[in-house]
Design a protein around this ligand. Structure first.
Ligand code: S3P
Length: 478
C-alpha cells in the first residue's frame, strides 16, 4: 500500500466498535444467563477469534443483519450479535484446541474463565501471540489453585488449563495490564472468597464496568496517599527507579452472583480514532469530524497528550452508552509542540503510542516517552518497531531505557513554510509492519505528510482491529 502526501483531509467518519469492549461482550454474554444482544460489535479478526473460541465451548452466537427482526426491534435496526448465554457453569468441554489467533485479549481473559470450569482446555495462537508472555496470568491463576501449564519452555502458548475449584486471593500485579486484571477478575467469579487485584496504576476498566452491568459484584478503590503528618517514623529514602505506589488501584470481586444477559451498545474505539486524530492534526488545511468515540478516562490519554501538544480538538455530543462515555470529536490541523509522556498516563494510551510517536515527529521540539516497556510485549516489540520506522522515515530518535526521545521536525508557528501548509515532515520509505496492525496504520498516517510516498508492506494485518481502515482514510482525501 502506497500512501502519498495530501493537501488536506476533510469529512466525517463513524468510528468502528471498540475492540476491548467487543471481546468482553461475547465473553460475559456467554457466561451470563439468557441472551445478550450486542450492537456496534467490531467484526475484526481478533473479536472473531473470541466468537470462535466460545462457539467451540458450546455457546451459540448468531449474527442478525437486521436488528428489527430481533425482539421486535427493541435493540435497534442495525446488525446485532446475539449470544445465547448458558450461565457461569454452562460452558462445554471443547473437542479441539481453542485458537486465539493474534489476540492477547482473547487468550488472557478466556484463561480466567476456563480456570473456573470443570474441564480441561488447550489454547493456542498464531506466531506472534505464541511469543507473548503468559507467566503474568499463569502465576496468579496458580495462586488461585488453578492447574495451568505452558507447553513452551518460555511460558508462552500453548496453554493447558485444567479448570477446577479456585481460591479468592490478594494479588499485587507488577504491571498495569487490563488483560491480567480481567483474567483474575473473571476467575474471581468462580472463587470461594473475594479476590483483590491491585495494579500500579489504573488500566482500562471495561471489564469492571461491564461486569457491573451484568450483575457482578465488584468495586475499585484508589490507594490513599499517606498524609504527611502520619509519618512519625521517617520513611526510608526511595530507591532510584522504585515505583511510586500512590497511583495504585485495587479492584475487589465478590463471587456468588448470577450474571444476566444484557443489551450492549459498543462505543467506537478511541484506539482506531487515534489514527484520524493524528491525521487531522498533522495534515494542513484539515477538518475531520469523528463520530462515536469512546472517551472512557482509562482510555483517553491520547486526547490529554494531544491537548498538551497544542492540538485543536473539540469534543461535543458527550453522552453515555451504558456505563461508557462517548463523544463526537472535531479535529483541525494544529501546530503541535513536543511534550512529556510517562507514568500513570501510559496505560491510558498504550495502544496509541505508535501514532503518538508519528504526531511527536511532526511537532516542534522534543517529545519524551517514558515508562513504556510494556510496548516490548505487544503484537511486535513496538518500541523497536517505532524507532526503526521513524528512523527509516528520516526522524532522529534516541532509544532510552523505557521509551524514546523523538526530535520533532515541526516548524515554528507562523514560519513561512508552515503557513504554506506544504511541509513534508517525513522522507518516504518502505515500512514492514511485520504483521503488527498498529504499526501499519500509524506509519500509513506518516505518509500523509511525507515528501515521497510511504509504502507499507503487507497491510492485511489491519483486519486485526480495523478492517476498513484504508477505505475510511481514502474517504477523507480531498
Ligand atoms: C487490552 C489491554 C491492553 C491493550 C490491548 C487490549 C484489553 O493490553 O494493549 O490492546 O482489551 O484488555 P495489556 O493488558 O497487556 O496492557
Amino acid at each position: 500500500m502506497k500512501i502519498s502526501k495530501v493537501s488536506s483531509l476533510r469529512g466525517e467518519l463513524r468510528i468502528p466498535g471498540d475492540k476491548s469492549i467487543s471481546h468482553r461482550s461475547v465473553m460475559l454474554g456467554a457466561i451470563a444467563e439468557g441472551d445478550t444482544a450486542v450492537s456496534g460489535f467490531l467484526k475484526s479478526a481478533d473479536c472473531l477469534a473470541t466468537i470462535d473460541c466460545f462457539r467451540k465451548l458450546g455457546i451459540s452466537i448468531e449474527e442478525i443483519t437486521d436488528g428489527s427482526l430481533y425482539m421486535n426491534g427493541a435493540c435497534g435496526n442495525g446488525p446485532l450479535i446475539v449470544i445465547h448465554g448458558k450461565g457461569l457453569r454452562g460452558l462445554k468441554a471443547p473437542k479441539e484446541s481453542l485458537n486465539a489467533m493474534n489476540s492477547g485479549t482473547t487468550v488472557r481473559l478466556l484463561s480466567g474463565i476456563l480456570a473456573g470450569q470443570n474441564f480441561t482446555s488447550r489454547i493456542e495462537g498464531d506466531r506472534s501471540l505464541s511469543k507473548r508472555p503468559m507467566k503474568r496470568i499463569i502465576r496468579p491463576l496458580e495462586v488461585m489453585g488453578c492447574n495451568i501449564a505452558s507447553e513452551d519452555k518460555n511460558n508462552c502458548l500453548p496453554l493447558i488449563i485444567r479448570g477446577g475449584s479456585l481460591k479468592g486471593i490478594r494479588y499485587k500485579s507488577p504491571v498495569a495490564s487490563a488483560q491480567v486484571k480481567s483474567c483474575i477478575l473473571l476467575a474471581g467469579l468462580y472463587a470461594d472468597a473475594p479476590t483483590f487485584f491491585t495494579e500500579p496504576s489504573l488500566s482500562r476498566n471495561h471489564t469492571e464496568l461491564m461486569l457491573s452491568t451484568f450483575g457482578g459484584n465488584l468495586k475499585t478503590r484508589k490507594k490513599e496517599k499517606e498524609p504527611e503528618h502520619f509519618s512519625v517514623i521517617p520513611k526510608p529514602p526511595k530507591q532510584a527507579g522504585a515505583s511510586d505506589d500512590s497511583n495504585e488501584y485495587t479492584t475487589i470481586i465478590y463471587p456468588g452472583t448470577i450474571l444476566r444477559g444484557q443489551r450492549i451498545t459498543v462505543p467506537g474505539d478511541i484506539s482506531s480514532a487515534a489514527y484520524f486524530i493524528a491525521a487531522g492534526l498533522i495534515t494542513p488545511n484539515s477538518e475531520i469530524t469523528l463520530r462515536n468515540v469512546g472517551i472512557n478516562e482509562t482510555r483517553d490519554g491520547i486526547l490529554r497528550v494531544a491537548r498538551s501538544m497544542g492540538a485543536n480538538i473539540h469534543p461535543f455530543n458527550v453522552r453515555m452508552e451504558g456505563r461508557e462515555p462517548v463523544a463526537d470529536l472535531i479535529i483541525r490541523s494544529s501546530h503541535l509542540t513536543g511534550t512529556q509522556i510517562g507514568g500513570a498516563l501510559i496505560p491510558t494510551l498504550i495502544d496509541e503510542l505508535p501514532v503518538i510517536a508519528v504526531m511527536a515527529a511532526c511537532a516542534e521540539g522534543k517529545t519524551e516517552i517514558r515508562d513504556a516497556s510494556e510496548l516490548r510485549v505487544k503484537e511486535s516489540d513496538r518500541l523497536a518497531s517505532i524507532i526503526t520506522c521513524l528512523t527509516l522515515l528520516g526522524i532522529r530518535v534516541e532509544e532510552t531505557q523505557s521509551g524514546m526521545i523523538i526530535e520533532g521536525r515541526g516548524k515554528k508557528a507562523g514560519s513561512a513554510a508552515d503557513a504554506s501548509g506544504r511541509n513534508a515532515v517525513f522522507h518516504g520509505s518502505v515500512i514492514d509492519p511485520q504483521g503488527d496492525h498498529r504499526i501499519a496504520m500509524a506509519f500509513s498516517i506518516a505518509g500523509l505528510v511525507s515528501d515521497t510516498p510511504v509504502v507499507i508492506k503487507d497491510t492485511d494485518c489491519v483486519r486485526i482491529s480495523y478492517p476498513d481502515f484504508y477505505k475510511d482514510l481514502k474517504s477523507l482525501e480531498g
